[in-house]
Design a protein around this ligand. Structure first.
Ligand code: ADP
Ligand code: ADP
Length: 237
């Protein structure tokens, strides 16, 4: 469902971040992307939802040739892909509920988003999404009053509200303490197992990656040097 064919990515400053990537990722996989800083992991993930454009080769996502998308199609395509970041990327001065709602109803006019007047059925759905992550009692709390783990769970609720076909996660636990990190990884696992949503995650905690992922991609200098089951990984990638 995600296929890279001879994909290269060279940034405008001449840095070659990806070279000759060939890969097929399947539905239902939980993929951990590991490797040193600068290896190309983040570029790899960000090419999938076209936050970055590939330089050559082909990238096919669910039958869509990503490089060929234009204007409105890009926005529509991105909405099918949930993105979770290290820094949560929430609007911290508004409530958890508001953060979920805004992504839930992308078509609403801006004035409605700003004034916070949302249709009732959207509100119920957003509250349900927060409830799934044990955050119902935090719905009306400002995001900057929540812990890191709670914020990442709001981000997950927001992402799921979007009903994504794929979830990309760029170091989602890097700023969390080890206990909270595992709780958030459990949430990812649940989403992957119960909803069959494939997850592609950059993660520098190799041990945690091996514990949760079904497949591991090891990057070095813009190429994939390891691709296999988590159980077969030796720690020196
Ligand atoms: P990783 O996620 O593994 O740390 P990145 O994909 O961020 O690796 O970076 C791969 C290489 O591309 C690095 O040399 C990095 O400096 C470079 N790079 C990343 N983003 C950009 C960018 N927007 N413009 C130019 N070079 C970039
Ligand atoms: P693209 O070719 O994908 O559009 P650009 O080369 O235009 O990417 O860079 C995108 C942004 O990333 C620019 O604002 C640039 O300043 C920034 N950037 C440049 N070098 C790096 C780097 N080494 N790591 C991360 N970001 C970078």
């Amino acid at each position: 469902m995600i296929e890279f064919r001879e994909v290269d990515k060279t940034y405008s400053n001449g840095v070659k971040a990806l070279s000759s990537i060939n890969l097929k990722l399947n539905r239902g996989e939980f993929v951990a992307v590991i490797g040193r800083s600068g290896a190309g992991k983040s570029t790899f993930i960000r090419c999938i939802n076209r936050m970055h454009e590939i330089t050559s080769g082909q990238l096919i996502v669910d039958g869509t040739n990503v490089a060929k998308l234009k204007g409105k199609q890009i926005r529509r395509f991105r909405r099918r892909i949930g993105m979770v970041f290290q820094s949560f990327n929430l609007v911290t001065r508004t409530s958890a509920l508001h953060n979920v709602l805004v992504s839930f109803v992308p078509e609403l006019p801006l004035w409605r988003k700003l004034t916070g007047i949302f249709p009732k059925h959207n509100k119920i759905a957003a509250l349900t999404a927060l409830d799934q992550f044990g955050l119902l009692d935090k719905a009306y709390v400002r995001v900057d009053q929540l812990s890191g783990g709670q914020q990442q769970r709001v981000a997950l609720a927001r992402t799921l509200a979007q009903r994504p076909d794929i979830i990309l996660a760029d170091e989602p636990i890097a700023s969390l303490d080890p206990v909270t990190a595992r709780q958030v990884m459990n949430d990812f696992r649940e989403i992957n197992e119960h909803m069959q949503i494939p997850i592609i995650m950059n993660i520098h905690h190799v041990e945690i990656a091996l514990e949760y992922a079904t497949r591991v991609l090891g990057f070095r200098d813009g190429t994939i040097v390891y691709d296999g089951a988590a159980k077969d990984v030796t720690p020196d990638i």
